[in-house]
Design a protein around this ligand. Structure first.
Ligand code: 13P
Ligand code: SF4
Length: 345
């Protein structure tokens, strides 16, 4: 007989949380043609492809096949800086392309589309953030990489989720007080872990903010042997349930190295390609995002990451895509905070 906790989540809902191969993994003849053209252009123009784990599986695959970099935002920044190619094509969201350009202003940096932005970046306009910082002149300004070039230019440090804890811990040990922006959930998590003196900007990721405590608890009851992997942009009650809180790379590393066979994952769906490719015998479940009356069980898909397609990637590698330009003065200032990030540790 089923326990009442199991009855909280119907069988069909449970089944729908289990990741199968993506429907969009099935490649059409038109897409095969597009992939061939992209590969030819990348080789002809000696381009380095750099793509985030949340981009479409097909984009991740091409990037891997051409010895590019598929990774989290910190490794993307480091790879772009170290690349010997004169042209970088960054699939992801705008701040990732801007970061690549600031770290290598001499290179041409293209993106499939500059319309792909991020709710954290949009929710932290440089002029308002500057005013906020002026109220706390004695504090070190630490910002998440998910910000505009202008915000980076007025900051002391840029961090990504993979090093945010360590950087704040280091600054705290130096007796520094901190202004943190823009993600309030990540900020709160770091504050709780490090006990550092931090004031937080009020921003959030529209994707991770949707993960639900109650739904996750129900799924955990159904899979009591599953490890729970959570990106720290998620709400604090969801983070509190996690076995691993980390960046996309840290989540993948945890699943690769764990002896557990089952994982519930609270981050963008794009990550399941890597998780399932590396661990074909393990089972992965999507953490629920549905509130009462919602129309999907887990809608965790970044709308901006989803704007990267094979069509606009072909434009980008053909010199017809969106090129990144950053004002020279902004580049010089933002290089200081960004170089601290890539050189940390
Ligand atoms: P990572 O640095 O963990 O890849 O995160 C980037 C991001 O935008 C998460 O939403
Ligand atoms: Fe920004 Fe969230 Fe999309 Fe990441 S998932 S790019 S934080 S909106």
């Amino acid at each position: 007989m089923k326990s009442s906790s199991i009855e909280l989540v119907p069988e069909n809902l449970l089944a729908s949380h289990k990741r199968k191969l993506y429907a969009e993994d099935k490649i059409t003849p038109e897409e095969i043609e597009l992939v061939k053209k992209i590969k030819d252009k990348v080789q002809e123009n000696n381009i380095s492809l750099i793509s985030h784990y949340y981009t479409d599986t097909k984009i991740q695959k091409i990037t891997e096949e051409l010895n590019g970099c598929v990774s989290d935002s910190l490794q993307m920044a480091k790879f772009g800086k170290e690349s010997k190619s004169n042209t970088l094509v960054v699939s992801g969201v705008k701040f990732m392309g801007e970061t690549a350009k600031i770290l290598s202003p001499e290179k041409k940096v293209y993106m499939p589309t500059l319309e792909a932005t991020c709710s954290l970046d949009l929710g932290c306009p440089a002029n308002e953030f500057k005013k906020f910082c002026e109220d706390f002149p004695d504090r070190e300004i630490v910002v998440y990489a998910n910000t505009s070039a202008e915000v980076k230019a007025i900051s002391d440090w840029v961090v990504t989720s993979s090093i945010a804890l360590d950087v704040v811990d280091y600054l705290d040990s130096e007796g520094k007080k901190i202004i943190w922006g823009p993600d309030k959930h990540l900020g709160r998590y770091i504050q709780q872990k490090t006990k550092a003196d931090m004031v937080l900007w009020d921003g959030a990721c529209v994707v991770h903010e949707e993960f639900k405590y109650e739904g996750l608890k129900s799924l955990m009851k159904l899979h009591q042997d599953a490890k729970v992997l959570v990106h720290p942009e998620s709400p604090h009650d969801v983070i509190d349930l996690a076995d691993c809180v980390g960046s996309t790379s840290q989540i993948i590393d945890y699943a690769n190295n764990s002896s557990s066979q089952k994982f519930i994952v609270a981050t963008d769906k794009g990550i399941f390609y890597q998780l399932m490719k590396n661990n074909p015998d393990k089972e992965f479940f999507e953490a629920p995002t549905a509130g009462d009356g919602a129309t999907c069980n887990s809608c965790s898909r970044c709308p901006w990451m989803g704007m990267n397609s094979l069509e606009n990637l072909l434009d980008a590698v053909s010199d017809q895509g969106d090129e990144i330009y950053v004002d020279n003065e902004i580049v010089k200032k933002a290089q200081i905070s960004l170089n601290r990030m890539v050189n940390f540790k």
